[in-house]
Design a protein around this ligand. Structure first.
Ligand SMILES: [Zn+2]
Ligand SMILES: [Zn+2]
Length: 140
């Protein structure tokens, strides 16, 4: 027995015979093998998972705190800067100032900061899923 999945209706069908092909009872699309999310164990189509995680589980991880840590662990980005400011401040000082500004902004615009944190984390879902996975292994 195995679980099959309709990629059009996003519905799983359990108890299917290994040797047979099936079509969705709702839309008629041929069912494909279901894959389980590493975190919630839900059934999904292969293309709907990112390194084994479903969208919903990744979204749960995509918080402000996670964005800070995920970003720190990731690649650097480069921005243009006023020459005098670049002369006065070092990279780590600029980062410190901006982290403080962001923390302050969070007090006033919590919703927006949260939304942007989530969008940032989910920009590259496969990469973020790998990060989530690495962190989990670190906790075990
Ligand atoms: Zn269907
Ligand atoms: Zn999941």
């Amino acid at each position: 027995m195995k679980t099959l999945y309709c990629e059009d209706c996003h519905e799983a069908f359990t108890g299917c015979d290994e040797t047979q092909t099936y079509n969705c009872i709702h839309c008629g699309t041929e069912l494909v093998d279901a894959f389980q999310c590493k975190e919630c164990d839900g059934d999904f189509g292969e293309d709907e998972l990112h390194e084994g995680y479903c969208d919903e589980c990744l979204e749960k991880h995509a918080s402000y705190e996670t964005a800070l840590d995920y970003s720190e662990a990731g690649e650097r980005t480069f921005v243009e800067l006023d020459q005098f400011l670049g002369y006065i401040f070092s990279t780590s000082e600029i980062e410190e100032i901006l982290h403080k500004t962001l923390a302050d902004a969070r007090k006033l615009f919590d919703h927006q900061v949260r939304r942007e944190s989530k969008n940032y984390c989910l920009t590259d879902k496969d990469d973020f899923a790998l990060y989530v996975d690495r962190n989990k292994k670190g906790l075990e």
